[in-house]
Design a protein around this ligand. Structure first.
Ligand SMILES: *Cc1c(COP(=O)(O)O)cnc(C)c1O
Length: 364
């Protein structure tokens, strides 16, 4: 497994597997007349990977961050771009310049977007968000929602009211259920009644809404989802998608020290590198390895998933990861390379770390 031409640590993204996951999900969404926005913030919108979304033909490409969308436009991505974090008042010019669609919940910001679009001679599309209980973004009061929709429709000529949407399972851990989807359709219908036309988009959420597409319980009027994590991991809490690859990305890191040491620290205990009081189990002398990467690169060491059996992640400081490898199937030594599977959190951090190299496995 030693791959001397690689630099470490690195994440390798298998673009062929990514494409197969995307195509498999796209097909299932299309069968339910659901448009798919590919959410690419999970890997910092790396353009080489985003190109795969464009090849598969997702209806739009989405990120919560303006700088990522700008990078994609500059990299030549031509699929419509959607900003899925409601805009800061201070970034409306960039929103109109670099994205085609944005999610919104503040009338004051919609007015600023309209001004920015007018000065750039553009029509910017907006989706109004409805908060159905997860308590992050969105209109809570439906009268306020309808009033904002009416103002966009009749008084903000450089905005196009594309539809309504919701977000669940992010802050409040609220499940996306058919009941919540029916509530969203009811909100959409109130807006439609007020403006006197049908809305083009009713956006029923993120990966956490996919289970309803797969088991046939998604109400027919929901016609759009914004999916990130589900495509990248091939599963989501409570919904394992057996038709998808689970190993699109792999992390590889190199061993920089391999020694037998006591498992309990020696001396008087105080606090760790992050000021926390910790406890240590004394398991006698064990073979331990240090890896040249740390919490600055991936967040929490508990989130690392070693691919080889018998390897336990003991902990980490900013730049070092400490492993117990006594039970490994090979005697690990300095220079060896270990592989890890990623969860969503480690993926986000690693792909954004300047110290982590990114490699692409191309389709074969
Ligand atoms: C991040 C995000 C998504 C995608 O969420 P996943 O769980 O990765 O599918 C969708 N919509 C909004 C508003 C988001 O912030």
């Amino acid at each position: 497994m030693s791959q001397p031409s690689y630099e470490y640590p690195h994440v390798e993204i298998d673009l062929g597997k990514l494409k197969e996951n995307l195509a498999a999900l796209q097909e299932r969404c299309q069968a339910s007349s659901i448009g798919l926005s590919g959410v690419v913030k999970g890997f910092h919108a790396l353009p080489e990977a985003v190109k795969v979304y464009e090849e598969v033909g997702v209806s739009s490409i989405a990120s919560s961050r303006m700088d990522q969308l700008r990078g994609l436009k500059e990299a030549g991505i031509r699929t419509p771009l959607m900003l899925i974090r409601i805009p800061m008042p201070s970034e409306v010019e960039e929103v109109v310049t670099w994205s085609d669609i944005s999610l919104n919940s503040e009338l004051s910001v919609l007015r600023l977007l309209n001004e920015a679009a007018r000065s750039q001679g553009k029509i910017h599309k907006v989706i109004l968000m409805v908060d159905l209980g997860d308590l992050r973004e969105g209109f809570w009061d439906w009268d306020e929602l309808v009033a904002a929709a009416l103002e966009v429709e009749h008084h903000l000529p450089n905005l196009e009211l594309l539809g309504v949407g919701t977000n669940l399972g992010c802050y409040g851990s609220i499940q996306a259920t058919p009941k919540k989807m029916h509530d969203l359709v009811a909100a959409a219908e109130q807006v439609e009644k007020a403006i006197g036309r049908k809305l083009e988009v009713i956006s029923g959420g993120a990966s956490s809404s996919l289970h309803m597409v797969l088991d046939g319980t998604m109400p027919p009027r929901i016609n759009h989802l914004r999916v990130g994590e589900g495509i990248l991991l091939g599963s989501i809490w409570g919904c394992n998608m057996d038709f998808m690859h689970k190993d699109i990305m792999v992390l590889r890191a190199q061993v920089i020290e391999s020694k037998v040491k006591p498992s309990h620290p020696v001396g008087e205990l105080s606090v760790d590198a992050f000021g926390r009081t910790r406890t240590y189990v004394d398991r006698g002398h064990r073979l331990r390895c240090l890896l040249a990467m740390g919490r600055v690169d991936y967040g929490e060491s508990d989130d690392l998933i070693p691919r080889e059996p018998g390897i336990k992640v003991l902990g980490a400081s900013s730049d070092h990861t400490i492993l117990d490898v006594e039970g490994a199937t090979r005697r690990l030594k300095t220079g060896d390379v270990l592989e890890f599977d990623l969860c969503y959190a480690t993926m986000v951090y690693l792909t954004g770390s300047k110290s982590v190299h990114i490699y692409y496995k191309k389709e074969t």
